[in-house]
Design a protein around this ligand. Structure first.
Ligand SMILES: [Zn+2]
Length: 472
């Protein structure tokens, strides 16, 4: 049985076949490291990670590459704001290092491993020479032209040769649109269809952030060209089997990636996979709306927020909009806790003859129906004798069980003090009892008196006595 995936380019669910036998080249557009990633970004990376794990579950060897955009309009603007107009590529690197490190921590928190065994990160600032060469080739082939402020890609020339510009958006994308205008900024809308910048000559707003080049002029690459070049560099010119990203990247970013790449190497990408947006409280996330969350914000609400968030994203298919609410996150956390309890507490006797593994695979391979797979996993996880299978399913979905809180060991001297304190409390000698509480505190433990709730009006001390635990 093989995996079936929706391909944005053909607009159909296709049976996935890699170009190179058993190995899959997987590419994901990574973050622009100018600020902390938000949970909408994280949904996109969790989707790509589930895809990676699903491919591995099907026996493929996956090489997963993600670019890190540390050179673009936003990172340069922020670096100049922080370091002033004297900022050079060195300061840009320093500024973006911080957010790259933060990003890796966020990934780890949602159980996306960041070690080189599982993923290769490629920073744009490490590939400037390769990008320059690529642009020069496009100029030589006639697809790019120089202007006073940089180098632009000619959609008209491309269209004459390939005739498929905008095909990723839809077959009639160019209908009624005029080509020939130019746009310098990295991000723009479909209505502003234009020749886009491959290389931008340095101007005042860039400070001293530029790379020297005689032919192109001192400057830096545009955003879209970075990914074309990094795909090529990462896979040695072999096609990218699957390219992922959020739907907001279909235009202009991925549309332009295709146009830049095809004159130099074709096929560029065999399969495009895009995940839908994440909404918060039913609305598009925006700082101005007050519904903008980073993982750190969720971590303030609860421990293990990253795992709870991952669990929550699995409940919605990646091609559907997902509505995030804090209540949904809390429910997801409870779901994860139940799963963990089933796994670690006394398991049920295994009696069912359902083939859980087939059912799990069937859902997973059906365009990543993670909610279905999770349901099968949920049914199986408590049974006795299927622990290895349960662990394999957990790993395929990237679920880490929460470890049940262990009861702390209380040293005898602390226990003695606590018992003594109880006696004083029993005889209502509260000053003495309080002195002993302070002694216990100095030893690094706290005593919490428990209560028994009989009814709304009757609350009394629990017969089980107080709880003693180490201070955090
Ligand atoms: Zn990209």
């Amino acid at each position: 049985m093989s995996i079936r995936l929706f391909n944005t380019l053909s607009r159909e669910i296709e049976e996935f076949k890699p170009s190179g036998g058993n190995s899959v080249n997987l590419y994901t557009c990574g973050p622009t490291v100018y600020d902390t990633a938000h949970i909408g970004n994280l949904r996109s990376y969790i989707f790509a990670d589930v895809l990676r794990r699903a491919l591995q579950y099907n026996g493929y060897k996956v090489r997963w590459v993600m670019n890190i955009t540390d050179v673009d309009d936003k990172t340069i603007k922020r670096s100049v704001e922080q370091y002033g107009s004297k900022a050079t590529p060195k300061e840009l690197r320093e500024y973006t290092d911080k957010y790259f490190e933060e990003f890796k921590k966020d990934l780890e928190a949602v159980n996306i491993p960041t070690d080189s065994e599982n993923i290769t990160f490629i920073r744009v600032s490490d590939k400037i020479e390769e990008i320059k060469d690529f642009i020069k080739k496009l100029i030589k082939l006639g697809y790019a032209y120089k202007t006073g402020d940089g180098v632009y890609f000619s959609i008209e020339t491309y269209q004459k040769k390939f005739g498929d510009y905008g095909g990723l958006v839809g077959p009639d994308f160019l209908e009624g649109k005029e080509v020939g205008a130019r746009v310098k900024v990295d991000e723009y809308k479909k209505e502003d269809l234009s020749d886009f910048a491959l290389w931008k000559k340095q101007d005042e707003s860039d400070g001293n952030i530029f790379w020297e080049d005689e032919e192109l002029g001192n400057g830096r690459p545009g955003w879209h060209i970075e990914c074309s070049v990094i795909n090529k560099v990462a896979f040695g010119g072999a096609p990218t089997d699957i390219h992922t990203g959020g739907v907001d990247l279909i235009f202009p970013h991925h549309t332009n990636e295709i146009a830049q790449s095809q004159p130099i190497y074709k096929p560029f990408v065999n399969h495009w996979s895009h995940n839908e947006h994440l909404l918060v409280d039913g609305k598009k996330m925006a700082k101005s709306e007050g519904n903008f969350y980073t993982l750190k914000d969720l971590e303030k609400e609860m421990p293990d927020a990253g795992m709870a968030f991952r669990y929550l994203t699995l409940l919605t298919n990646y091609r559907k909009q997902m509505n995030f609410t804090m209540t949904a996150l809390k429910a997801a956390k409870s779901g994860l806790e139940s799963l963990s309890n089933y796994r670690f507490n006394e398991p049920f006797q295994y009696v069912s003859d359902t083939n859980y593994e087939d059912a799990f695979r069937e859902d997973l391979n059906d365009n990543l129906n993670t909610a279905g797979s999770l349901g099968v996993f949920y049914m199986l996880v408590g049974y006795k004798g299927v622990e290895p299978l349960a662990d394999k399913m957990a790993d395929t979905l990237g679920i880490k069980f929460l470890t049940p809180e262990k009861e702390a060991e209380i040293p005898p001297n602390v226990k003695e003090l606590a018992d003594e304190r109880e006696k004083y409390r029993g005889s209502k000698q509260f000053v003495k009892a309080d002195e002993l509480r302070k002694e216990i505190d100095a030893l690094g433990f706290i005593v919490e008196d428990t209560v028994k709730v009989e009814s709304v009006v009757k609350i009394e001390e629990s017969p089980e006595g107080p709880i003693i635990k180490p201070k955090k």
